[in-house]
Design a protein around this ligand. Structure first.
Ligand SMILES: Cc1ncc(COP(=O)(O)O)c(C=O)c1O
Length: 435
């Protein structure tokens, strides 16, 4: 009855809505809501269908109860599970778990922050302790330092490259060591195997935000991480047109995250899931090119006399170069490059404003090259002195390298730097450029 395909494959509405089962003709509104919902397709569609339905019909109450209980596979309600959304989560799990023995699973979220907040809530309780990198994404920092602290979860922020400091910070209540594969804007590389060793010795989970790397650069689960998460809004989607997040890990840990997701409700919308899933298909193509362009771009701008410093792990002078060469896929060092011209804040803003190919905009990981002056955008809460203390020049400009032709991006940056050079001169080391 509920899967009636008698009219040439046209599927009719649910039980009792189609037209009065006892022979009586139902009213027009009853018939309207019971109109056929479309052809029942036996063939497997090549592309991912978008299931917008928030609910699913069952033949019996028992079938419905069994799906809710997990006694039989199926879908009941969109916040709990959705086939399109699940397809995205499965796809990221396949990418992140490619080199891992045993099963890994993914859960999709409405945003990167939804993935991060749900994960942290799932893994902690009042009295728990977190050790986090000092240079993590601003909202992750404020979540740990504000909201979670209010609920009795204490966080110590440390220089994640100082393994002794990490070791000294963990304690018996430490539930999570949290870091990013590559951090903004200095592209600091985390020593994932060493951090996993420290976390596991303390009975804690290593949780890694790998947004800046993507699985086309590094897969943290292969290096000992317990959970890897992403803002899918960046490289995974890749086109700056979909917001989402995802967490991947082993089934036992993922069960707690799924349960917290269902309770908290930050489910990924199916249309967004479709776009994010489609983005994954070109992830290696895009990211390989973006990484190659970023390395070429970093080397070219580092040689310009108006430049004080360039942060990119492909440069042999970058402190994370050796680690990146060991942990990342060959020749891929990420595609974010931070360029600091001489002349401080004013020079940095003028450099960004003078670009014509790159666009001033928030976010990263898309096909367009996007730039932002760090001190007035992502790190605007910090004074010039605290920026300097964090190893960030007040004039730093972050480039998220896109898929444009490298020569155009380089010429654009060099032209803007030429204009900067006329106004701002290197303070103490004329012509110096360093990684
Ligand atoms: C490293 C990192 N993690 C998490 C997020 C949050 O992602 P979303 O904006 O999708 O919530 C961002 C956003 O910029 C990010 O850069």
């Amino acid at each position: 009855m509920s899967h009636d395909t008698s009219s040439g494959g046209i599927r009719h509405g649910g039980t009792g809505h189609g037209g009065g089962g006892d022979g009586a003709r139902a009213g027009e509104n009853t018939r309207a809501v019971g109109l056929p919902t479309g052809p029942a397709v036996d063939e497997r569609p090549l592309r991912l269908p978008v299931y917008r339905s928030t609910t699913y019909e069952f033949a019996t109450s028992q079938e419905y109860a069994d799906v809710l209980d997990g006694a039989r596979p199926g879908y009941s309600y969109a916040r709990i599970d959705n086939p399109t959304t699940e397809a995205f989560a499965y796809a990221v799990a396949a990418l992140e778990g490619a080199g891992v023995d045993g099963e890994v699973r993914g859960q999709a979220f409405a945003s990167g922050m939804a993935a991060i907040s749900t994960t942290l809530l799932a893994l902690t309780a009042a009295g728990a302790h977190v050790v986090a990198s000092r240079s993590i994404y601003g909202n992750t920092y404020s979540l740990l330092d504000g909201l979670l602290r209010r609920f009795g979860v204490a966080t110590d922020f440390v220089d994640i490259t100082d393994l002794d400091a990490v070791r000294a910070a963990v304690r018996p209540e430490t539930a999570v060591v949290f870091t990013e594969t590559l951090s903004n804007p200095t592209m600091t590389v985390s020593d994932l195997p060493a951090l996993a060793g420290i976390a596991h010795a303390a009975g804690a989970a290593l949780v890694v935000d790998s947004t800046f790397a993507s699985p086309a650069v590094c897969r943290p689960l292969e290096h000992g991480a317990d959970l890897v998460l992403h803002s899918g809004t960046k490289y995974l989607g890749g086109h700056s047109d979909a917001t989402g997040g995802v967490v991947v890990g082993r089934p036992d840990t993922m069960a707690a995250i799924r349960s917290a997701r269902v309770d908290l409700g930050p489910c990924l919308a199916p249309d967004e899931a479709f776009l994010l899933h489609r983005g994954l298909e070109t992830l290696p193509l895009r990211v390989a090119r973006q990484c190659a362009t970023a390395a070429e771009f970093a080397a070219a701008v580092a040689a310009h006399p108006a430049v004080e410093r360039v942060d990119h792990p492909a440069l042999p002078t970058h402190p994370g170069h050796g680690l990146a060469a060991r942990l990342f896929d060959a020749g891929r060092y990420g595609a974010v490059v931070t360029v600091t011209p001489h002349g401080g804040r004013e020079a940095g803003m003028a450099f960004a404003d003078g670009l014509r190919v790159a666009t001033i905009a928030a976010s990263l990981g898309g096909t367009h090259t996007l730039v932002g002056h760090v001190g007035s955008t992502t790190h605007r809460q910090m004074s010039d002195d605290s920026l300097q203390a964090a190893g960030i020049g007040p004039g730093a400009v972050r480039f998220s390298i896109g898929v444009e032709d490298p020569a155009d991006l380089i010429a654009d940056a060099l032209a803007s730097l030429d204009r900067c050079a006329e106004q701002w001169r290197p303070a103490d080391r004329p012509g110096a450029a360093e990684g």
